[in-house]
Design a protein around this ligand. Structure first.
Ligand SMILES: [Zn+2]
Length: 67
């Protein structure tokens, strides 16, 4: 899809990640250090090294049973 003719502003509708440590802010696919380790993926802030997100690349997250 190349329907980007018209000079539309960069959409902020993406999943923008925000570092609470150094206030670094950028879309996940642009700027963040993505460290893949097996089935897991760690999103590290490129500025301060804070781990902003850590998730496994497996199937959907299982709901916790608080029963
Ligand atoms: Zn940071």
């Amino acid at each position: 899809m190349n329907a980007d003719a018209g000079g539309s502003p960069p959409s902020r509708g993406k999943s923008v990640l925000f570092c609470p440590e150094c206030r670094f802010e950028s879309p996940l696919s642009d700027g963040w250090l993505v460290v893949s380790d097996g089935d897991e993926r760690t999103i590290v802030c490129p500025k301060c090294g804070h781990v902003a997100d850590h998730r496994s690349a497996r199937s959907a997250p299982t709901p916790q049973h608080a029963d």
